[in-house]
Design a protein around this ligand. Sequence first.
Ligand SMILES: [Zn+2]
Length: 71
Amino acid sequence: MKRILVCPVCKSKEIELDTGGYTGKYYCKNCGYIGSYVLEMTEGEYKELTEGEEIEKKKDDKMRPKGVRED
Ligand SMILES: [Zn+2]
């Protein structure tokens, strides 16, 4: 299955190996991030990641531990 590289900062797929892979670091064309750590995932996982972020804002109540809100 094809895997894509995703920027850990801005979640962009615009990732390239810096300097042709010589340094072993990655470069994000979207935000300018340079580092050896990037996210690697399939298209499906990437879709879940980006969609999950939007959902996360809406389900704020569910993220809290049970029993905390008793009012
Ligand atoms: Zn980026």
